[in-house]
Write a protein of this length. Structure first.
Length: 475
């Protein structure tokens, strides 16, 4: 496999250097690349003002032997949503919209249907946190492969933007929400979504390579994307709503984007958004669980590696997988992209990078609570899904919560797998190896809800579970 080491000095106040750490990491990444047959891998690790590792390994496709370089383009898929979140925050800071604004009050035309509009209006913040009540795109929308303006995109399948549960209750990932957000941006600014993001974010950060479409005459700069076998090419696919996953960019330019988060919204001596806004992106507010302190933030996920919290977002772009993340505790961030739909390869590389960032960190002290057996028994029972990303929630999919004599709870899925839930507070729990709560039980109406990264459930859920909760005075 071709190896290309990069050591660059540029006049933007950023220092590039290699170290023994980057040498060790490169060997680990290259091993994962070879194991999975991925032709091109790019990754970097950055601090707020330096690049500690920058590598492009392999070739731009499996046949031509052209070395993959930092100035080649890769597609970053849903990382685009974090750019969309930043664009929305810019509008908020300029007092053009409020994150709490009802979307129906902002737009001049209906682009969604909300059956709960009288009690639960859809707000901009719901779209950012994936709590709008939307399922994901329909097959017709995912399969659409023509570059179209936003109004035409909305006509492909209007029913996919019908809210399926009340906004602001559950987090369920949806690409449709980004399409509605782009309508908010366009109506508010009088510019197309891509023009506004290009002017306000790409130009500000000096990301001259970033673009929403790659025309035919520039395709030679784009690394070829492959299916899961890393050998079957996937043709260039147009994104129905640019705002959910259309960006192509060079690995080199992604450095400025990741450092923006490490510098709390500053690039050089200029500020894109306020420090408070950047920190708020990590803090969800709208779901039942978020109101108790958990959930997906404004265009960012939170997750843990060996008990250390990272914030970031991944992207899947038809033949490309990418991820960026940063650790506030270690003040380091990274980006990785591969040109194959191989989640296992990406995960191995991410793990290696995150472990290099963490090093030999001392274990974090974990909060714990002693819960009575009566409370544990109250939380026990069968919980059924109340949301589904695609299709309808299935009554056949459930999780059982059982209490044990050791004072812990256990989840048991349909496949029989049993995993412990360790108490952090009386209603917040974590998995083994985690240092913060990731699961919450919430009493809402006459239901107990269970929310975590595995989905949204209600104890013995009935058809009126949403009605019961939205009419409760203590959601």
């Amino acid at each position: 496999m071709h190896r290309l080491r990069i050591i660059i000095l540029i006049g933007l106040g950023i220092c590039y250097y290699t170290s023994a750490i980057s040498d060790e990491l490169r060997d680990t990444v290259e091993s994962a690349q070879n194991t999975h047959g991925v032709s091109a891998v790019a990754y970097f690790i950055v601090s707020p003002d330096s690049v500690e590792a920058l590598e492009t390994l392999g070739t731009t496709d499996t046949d031509n032997g052209i070395p993959f370089a930092p100035d080649h383009l890769v597609r970053i898929g849903s990382i685009t949503k974090t750019f969309t979140a930043l664009a929305t925050i810019i509008l908020h800071e300029r007092n053009l919209v409020s994150l709490d604004s009802p979307v129906a009050d902002v737009l001049d035309r209906p682009v969604f249907v909300n059956p709960w509009s009288d009690r639960r209006p859809l707000k901009i913040v719901h779209l950012l946190e994936h709590t709008a009540g939307l399922r994901d795109l329909s097959k017709r929308e995912f399969d659409f492969n023509q570059p179209v303006l936003l109004d035409a995109a909305f006509k492909v399948d209007p029913d996919s933007r019908r809210l399926r549960w009340p906004p602001g209750m559950y987090s369920s990932y949806s690409n449709s929400g980004a399409g509605i957000l782009s309508a908010v941006i366009e109506h508010t600014t009088g510019q197309t979504y891509e023009t506004f993001v290009s002017k306000e974010i790409f130009n500000f950060l000096g990301m001259s390579s970033a673009r929403f479409t790659v025309p035919d005459f520039e395709r030679h700069r784009l690394v070829t994307g492959y299916d899961s076998d890393a050998r079957t090419p996937i043709p260039y696919w147009h994104i129905l709503y640019y705002a959910f996953g259309a960006i192509s960019v060079t690995p080199r330019d992604m450095i400025f984007f990741v450092q923006l988060f490490l510098n709390d919204g500053k690039h050089g001596n200029r500020r894109l958004v306020a420090k408070a806004s950047m920190q708020n992106m990590r803090s969800p507010t709208t779901t039942l669980a978020a109101r108790s302190g958990l959930g997906y933030g404004l265009g960012l996920y939170q997750y843990q590696r060996h008990g250390v919290s990272f914030f970031g977002h991944g992207g899947d772009a038809d033949g490309y997988l990418a991820y960026f993340a940063f650790s506030p505790a270690f003040n380091r961030g990274y980006f990785v992209a591969i040109n194959a739909f191989n989640p296992s390869a990406l995960l191995k590389i991410r793990q290696a990078i995150e472990e290099k960032i963490i090093g030999h960190a001392a274990p974090k002290k974990i909060a714990a609570a002693t819960i009575s057996n009566e409370q544990l028994q109250k939380l026990s029972g069968t919980y059924r899904p109340v949301t589904a990303r695609f299709g309808k929630p299935s009554d056949n999919k459930f999780t059982k919560i059982s209490a044990a004599t050791d004072g812990e709870l256990y989840t048991s899925l349909q496949n029989g797998r049993r995993r412990a839930l360790l108490s952090v507070t009386s209603l917040h729990f974590r998995r083994r190896g985690q240092t913060v709560a990731t699961v919450a039980f919430i009493a809402c109406g006459d239901q107990i809800h269970l929310q975590g990264d595995f989905g949204n459930y209600a104890k013995s859920a009935q058809t009126d579970v949403h009605h019961s909760c939205i009419n409760s005075t203590t959601p």
